[in-house]
Ligand binder design. Structure first.
Ligand code: PEP
Ligand code: MG
Length: 567
């Protein structure tokens, strides 16, 4: 049998191999014109059937929520509360009952009532579009309960199963047991879909967005899921399977690491929710280098209060009593939408009201609440050094205004007699203007952190989520390396420290280059920490500086790549 490779988007940089089981949860319902109308005398029984299915769905969702709290974490489990809300959505509920009154059987009435709301979410951008998956999940659950359909029990799959599916909903993914499932791949989905986020939290090999050709892989086929390369290989050769099976995880290093000549490099974790702290500790993170606090604002009805945020930040600091925790203030806009904040619809959201622009404008109250929680946490936490950084800063004025806001919060806490401490303050380097302003920034604050995901998209004018320009959105293009180099020099000339928290930092093939360029800290998703730490400890700083210097004098991406490969 010949190997066949299917390309998609890697969700977790892990590989797994096993046997395919297709997951097809959608209960097959007859087409509209084949539906038999329910006589009026039986319609009240149909209403009862629907209500019973609603109750059963509620019970199932509560059980799955509890299981998710245990396996993944409190924050991830909150998606089930959204499902419970959809289950009782008054508009959908009314539509189902109206359809039943017209003689439509309950399962078809459900199918029909969810159609428009799903289509409405599908038309929206970014995360709102993913809510359509949540609605489908609720619809399919009700249809299954109404038709007595059986679902593949995802929680008890045979060991070594690779799950293939059109799409996996949050509840599906949360049921997967990483000790039994070797990985999954889906036809639809992107890196920010819930399935991908859960896969990363579970460190489960996963590839999403493969497209309809995935359907040509049959049940029972042998496959490799390569989340690193973003592909799956059907019917792989025995040698290839053996290579994946013998690939052992690199052991986590729980102490700080230094190059062979003694330069200490801090290796920290990027996290978005409290539940990810334990994985960061397990993988040997020295601290948190990027806490994406906007994740604390998602999948809920209202922003977290000052008290809730305070507790979250204290928890992070106390998890790393000897380390640093870099909290980024709210970074919404662009592809990160929060329904209850009523973000404006913009023609170019990535060039619009994002990050600090919103915090200094329409979200200034949220910004103040967040700063209060942070300054209080810095004083009260038992250990840990708090660093606070601002996202998407382009001008010196923006930074000065943000620093003024910190000062105003400090004064008001002082006047109220509330304990506080001013954390280290920093700025993300994500825009070309921030690179040009890096000297001015570094003179005012304690640290800079380079966000290569956005920096690459703005330097190269290539959207980070558009696969057609992915070749341009690549941090090895010389103008990006020059931007990084210039920022590092600006930081060090002004006695500030500088880290990198974009995806580039977690690429183990680039550790030597990044150390050679002079970064003091690298922050990445927890799964890549062991390999990067191991690489730092075998890096020779003199050689690394030489590699970096050589990459800075060439003009093409391929020349840069060749220099790195030759090492
Ligand atoms: C970045 O832009 O590199 C970054 C780390 O921020 P985010 O990916 O959250 O935009
Ligand atoms: Mg960014």
């Amino acid at each position: 049998m010949n190997e066949r490779t299917f390309a998609g988007t890697g969700a977790t940089p892990r590989k797994g191999t096993g046997t395919v089981i297709w997951y097809r949860p959608d209960a097959a319902l007859a087409n509209g014109n084949e539906i038999e109308t329910v006589p009026s005398s039986d319609r009240s029984a149909e209403h009862d059937r629907f209500e019973t299915a609603q109750e059963q769905a509620q019970n199932e969702l509560e059980t799955e929520r509890d299981r998710t709290v245990e396996r993944v974490g409190e924050e991830e489990a909150s998606v089930f509360d959204a499902h419970i809300q959809f289950l009782h959505d008054p508009q959908i509920d009314d539509s189902v009952h109206t359809e039943i009154d017209e003689g439509i059987p309950a399962e078809h009435a459900v199918q029909e009532a969810f159609t428009d709301p799903i289509a409405q979410f599908e038309e929206m951008d970014g995360r709102m579009a993913e809510r359509a998956d949540d609605l489908r999940d609720v619809r399919d659950r009700l249809v299954r309960l109404l038709t007595g359909g059986k679902r593949l029990n995802l929680a008890e799959l045979p060991r070594g199963t690779v799950v293939l599916a059109e799409r996996l909903t949050p509840s599906d993914t949360a049921q997967l047991d990483p000790n039994r499932v070797a990985g999954f791949a889906t036809i639809t989905g992107g890196r920010t879909s819930h399935a991908a986020i859960f896969a990363r939290s579970l460190a489960l090999p996963a590839v999403v967005g493969i497209g309809s050709e995935l359907a040509t892989v049959d049940d029972g086929a042998s496959v490799i899921v390569d989340g690193e390369a973003g592909e799956i290989i059907a019917e792989p050769s025995d040698e290839r399977v053996a290579a994946v099976e013998t690939e052992t995880d690199i052991e986590a290093i729980h102490d700080g690491v230094a190059t062979t000549d003694g330069t200490e490099i801090e290796i920290a974790a990027n996290i978005g929710r409290p539940a990810e702290l334990s994985a960061a500790v397990e993988q040997g993170a020295d601290g948190v280098g990027l806490y994406r606090t906007e994740f604390l604002f998602l999948d809920r009805e209202a922003p977290p209060s000052e008290r809730e945020q305070y507790k979250t930040y204290v928890e992070a600091l106390e998890t790393f009593p000897d380390g640093r925790v870099v909290v980024r203030t709210l970074d919404i806009g662009g592809d990160k939408q929060i329904p209850y904040l009523d973000l404006p619809s913009e023609a170019n959201p990535f060039l619009g009201e994002r990050g600090i622009r919103r915090s200094l404008g329409s979200d200034s109250e949220l910004f103040e609440t967040q700063l209060r929680a942070l300054l209080r946490a810095a004083a009260d936490a038992d250990g840990g050094t708090l660093c606070v950084m601002f996202p998407l800063v382009s001008t010196v004025n923006e930074l000065d205004t943000a620093l003024d806001r910190v000062d105003a919060v400090r004064k008001s806490l002082e006047a109220e007699g509330v304990d506080f401490a001013v954390p280290e303050l920093g700025v993300m380097i994500e825009t070309p203007s921030a690179v040009f302003n890096a000297d001015e920034f570094a003179a005012r604050i304690d640290f800079l952190s380079i966000g290569t995901n956005d920096l690459a998209q703005y330097v190269m004018a290539a959207a980070r989520e558009n696969e057609h320009v992915a070749h341009l959105h690549d941090p090895l293009h010389p103008p990006i390396l020059w931007s990084i180099n210039r920022s590092i020099e600006a930081a060090h000339d002004n006695d500030a420290w500088i880290g990198m928290c974009g995806e580039m930092a977690g690429n183990p093939d680039l550790t030597e280059l990044l150390v050679g360029l002079g970064l003091d800290e690298l922050s990445m998703s927890a799964v890549t920490i062991p390999e990067v730490k191991a690489n730092v400890s075998t890096t020779d700083q003199t050689r690394a500086r030489d590699v970096a210097a050589r990459t800075l004098i060439v003009n093409t991406r391929s020349d840069v790549a060749n220099i790195i490969k030759d090492q």
